[in-house]
Ligand binder design. Structure first.
Ligand SMILES: Cc1cc2nc3c(=O)[nH]c(=O)nc-3n(C[C@H](O)[C@H](O)[C@H](O)COP(=O)(O)OP(=O)(O)OC[C@H]3O[C@@H](n4cnc5c(N)ncnc54)[C@H](O)[C@@H]3O)c2cc1C
Length: 474
């Protein structure tokens, strides 16, 4: 029988400090020993527990071994065995976007939906450097006044307390502070720090320094190459120069055929795997047909819609609300172009098993007005806030300046491309089309589901929120 021994687990830093104080001079309170021991597994036949003991008694050698194996040989996955937890506080909603763009980590953040927000926000150093601290603070204070007004008036119009706060936050800018808990391994952290350090925003670059200040002393051998070079710092500008020289005339916007306009924004399916249904079903059929994939694909292509549906029905016959579709459903991918509010983006960006390509906030894409705000006759309060935010954004440099995004409201829309496979989209659909989902992301996901069903009429047939599953009887 296979044997499993517990080799370690994450423990609260306060307890680790107590342990460290009771063992003066010991250097082995580091995840580097685990990484080093695991790195040796590939070439050392001794049992892994012995390799761990060896690493703990020779921490210097363990560190040298990490450096040689992870960085010298490029056996970088070894660094993934060292894991950190971070409390991240006093961070703007805008900087959270930059942080959470890194997918190989776990985040749990303060919800602007469930928590009534106090007047707590960032004054970015770029804003102070431009002598705009006072007008910026006044702008954010007025946004908080609008938030309070919207909450009070929405509640007075009969909107429940929680929903009032959830919708009123559309009047708040991305400078508002949040907090989050984050878990990340050393390899991801190195990549993340490099990305943050390349940011155009001082707050984001400083965030990188803060991660390093707490993590590097604990695992110096695993956190080494984090200085952005010309590739990271100059690439975007060089791409922009090349685009301008190659395409000097602004293109005429084309009306995309599959564009679905919904009140909350636009969703357009720009690309989908050709014959995705057949590709998925063929991969499922291979083991039974005992043939190669191309042969199975030819056979499945010979089936009519009813035949394909019977095969898909066999997959989902016993599917529960929390079950994932089989991995074969990853063979069909979709790329959506989405114009969505910052509030909805904050939720979409949390789905890590997908590719999200974003462009800077551009207030000309308009704002999303929550239906409850519209119904209560309060839309003008939000519109007035949006105009003020756009004026503030212009003072901060306008759409071409990343600092301007601090003034953008949760209501302001942005454009992004989202590439997702059908398996992950099922997961997103279960969560975001569910009755507990926030209305904005819910409507967007429903629009995307409609497009998915058009692209994959058989295999996308069971999309929908968790609430479409009836509780099992008995
Ligand atoms: C109603 C609702 C309320 C929410 N409230 C909050 C909130 O208050 N605060 C907050 O921070 N978030 C909140 N979220 C976001 C939520 O916690 C998830 O982060 C988000 O829905 C992304 O989904 P996911 O983590 O399941 O997986 P995705 O990132 O979409 O990944 C898909 C699947 O891959 C697997 N996976 C991906 N990464 C990992 C990993 N590192 N380890 C293990 N498995 C992994 C899991 O099986 C996961 O389900 C809320 C979501 C909903 C629907």
């Amino acid at each position: 029988m296979a044997r499993v021994d517990l080799a370690g687990f994450n423990v609260d830093a306060d307890i680790l400090k107590e342990i460290s104080a009771s063992r003066p001079g010991s250097e082995d309170l580091t995840p580097e020993t685990l990484s080093a021991a695991y790195a040796r597994i590939s070439r050392d036949p001794r049992p892994v527990g012995e390799l761990r003991r060896l690493s703990r008694t020779e921490v210097d050698k363990a560190r040298a071994s990490n450096e040689r194996i992870v960085f010298g040989l490029g056996h970088a996955s070894v660094a993934e065995h060292a894991v950190f937890n971070f409390d991240v506080l006093e961070i703007s909603r805008l900087a959270i976007e930059a942080l959470e763009a890194h997918r190989l980590a776990s985040y749990t953040e303060k919800s602007q939906r469930y928590i009534r927000l106090g007047e707590d926000f960032a004054i970015p150093s770029e804003v102070s450097a431009r002598n705009l601290s006072a007008p910026f603070s006044e702008f954010v204070s007025r946004a908080f006044s609008r938030y309070a007004l919207l909450v009070a008036r929405l509640m007075a119009s009969g909107v429940p307390d929680k929903m009032a706060g959830e919708d009123a936050r559309y009047a708040l800018p991305l400078a508002v502070h949040g907090q989050l808990g984050m878990t990340c391994n050393a390899r991801s952290l190195e990549h993340l720090v490099l990305g943050l350090k390349s940011s155009a925003l001082a707050e984001v670059r400083e965030l990188a320094d803060s991660f390093l200040a707490v993590a590097r002393p604990i695992a110096p051998s695993l956190l080494r190459y984090m200085i952005p070079g010309p590739y990271h710092l100059q690439r975007d500008a060089e791409v922009a120069t090349a685009v301008m020289s190659l395409l000097p005339d602004p293109p005429v916007a084309s009306a995309a055929a599959a564009r679905t306009r919904i009140p909350e924004g636009d969703v357009c399916l720009v690309d989908a795997t050709h014959d995705g249904d057949a590709r998925i079903l063929a991969a499922l059929a291979v083991p039974t047909l005992s043939c190669d994939y191309s042969t199975a694909l030819a056979s499945i292509r010979g089936l009519d819609h009813a035949g394909r549906s019977r095969l898909h029905a066999a997959v989902v016959a016993r599917l529960g609300a929390y079950d994932a579709l089989p991995r074969e459903y990853e063979l069909a991918t979709m790329t959506f172009e989405v114009v969505l509010s910052a509030a909805a983006f904050g939720q979409l960006k949390r789905h890590r098993m997908s590719s999200l390509t974003t462009w800077p906030y551009d207030p000309t894409t308009g704002i999303t007005i929550p239906p409850a705000i519209e119904k209560a006759g309060l839309a003008d309060v939000l519109r007035e806030g949006a105009l003020e935010a756009e004026a503030m954004a212009m003072r901060l440099g306008g759409p071409g300046d990343p600092v301007a995004s601090y003034a953008v409201l949760n209501a302001h829309r942005r454009r992004c491309l989202w590439t997702v496979n059908l398996r992950e989209f099922y997961h997103v659909s279960r969560l975001r089309e569910d009755e507990h989902a926030q209305w904005d992301i819910r409507l967007l996901t429903m629009a995307m589901s409609d497009l998915a069903r058009g692209a994959f009429p058989v295999c996308a047939g069971h999309l929908g929120g968790k609430d479409i599953f009836q509780p099992a009887e008995g």
